[in-house]
Design a protein around this ligand. Structure first.
Ligand SMILES: [Zn+2]
Length: 288
């Protein structure tokens, strides 16, 4: 599965084994990566669920063929019409979900970019999630599940498709750039309490955490550049880099860089990033 879709191995393994076991959850959330990648992965998962072949998706049976040309009667793809996914569209799903599937034993609903649902739409969806019909499977795509109501995410299984390669809005990236510099300075110059306060917002937002870790690397590199007497900085965070250089020795900056890189790789590939947050706190002590 997902041979031609750029998802991380842990996503590929987890989703394909859930499909193969036949015990797939009635509600899945695909988060991370870009919207194109998330939606393509959702369509391929729907294909695998509806496939009638041996190895799913076989891509040769009639069900796979119908999915590939968007004409399978048991696959419903919902995306925003205008600015938001409105409550009427979710009510329409509710009616469709009552109907038993035509071709197979499942009806699959893909809600593309579920963060575009307005609150009423999310509440309407919640009602469907509370009493799921056995023949229905929902796949929601979104940049981060933190943009959905907790009552929805707690009833679904979330899969992280990978780090966003950066084609999403510059806004998130700008936010995480500033946070990266700020957090490094807190690590180097302040106490653990301040640091814990600042990392609290990552507990529910893995995508932001990964993005911040990624943006820490150029800042540390720049501090190393400054400590070796050069001035060609790439991070755009000159002031933070200078403070970091005066707070930490070159050796400690090197240690910090290696640890942050390893932490980012581990976080990208793991389902639970809270362990990585703990490792980040431990790093605070080794550089002090
Ligand atoms: Zn097939």
């Amino acid at each position: 599965m997902f041979e031609n879709i750029a998802v991380i191995p842990s996503f590929r393994n987890a989703v394909s084994s859930a499909v193969a076991s036949g015990k797939i959850s009635h509600a899945l959330i695909f988060e991370g990566a870009s919207s194109d990648i998330r939606i393509s992965a959702a369509k391929e998962t729907a294909m695998a669920i509806l496939c009638k072949g041996e190895t799913k998706p076989c891509k040769v049976c009639s069900a796979c063929h119908k999915v590939s040309i968007d004409s399978h009667p048991d696959l419903h793809i919902i995306s925003k019409d205008g600015a938001m996914i409105k409550v009427d569209e979710i009510r329409d799903i509710k009616e469709k979900a009552k109907v038993y599937p035509n071709d197979g034993d499942k009806s699959v609903f893909i809600i593309c970019e579920a963060q575009d649902m307005n609150p009423q739409a999310q509440n309407a969806l919640l009602k469907i999630f509370e009493e799921p019909a056995r023949h229905v499977c929902f796949i929601l795509t979104c940049p981060s599940k933190s943009s959905l109501l907790e009552t929805i995410t707690s009833r679904a299984t979330a899969y992280f498709a990978g780090e966003d390669s950066g084609e999403d809005s510059g806004e998130t990236n700008e936010k995480s750039k500033g946070l990266a510099a700020e957090l490094l300075l807190t690590m180097a110059t302040e106490n653990e309490l301040q640091f814990m306060k600042k990392t609290a917002l990552f507990q529910k937002d893995k995508a932001l955490f990964v993005s911040v870790l990624k943006n820490m690397e150029p800042v540390i590199r720049d501090a190393l550049v400054l400590s070796s007497g050069n001035k060609n900085l790439i991070s755009g965070e000159k002031e933070a880099c200078e403070k970091l250089r005066s707070a930490l020795t070159q050796k400690k900056l090197m240690l910090l860089l290696t640890e942050i890189q390893s932490l980012r790789e581990t976080t990208e590939n793991s389902a639970n990033h809270n362990l990585a947050l703990t490792r980040l706190s431990a790093l605070l002590y080794s550089i002090k």
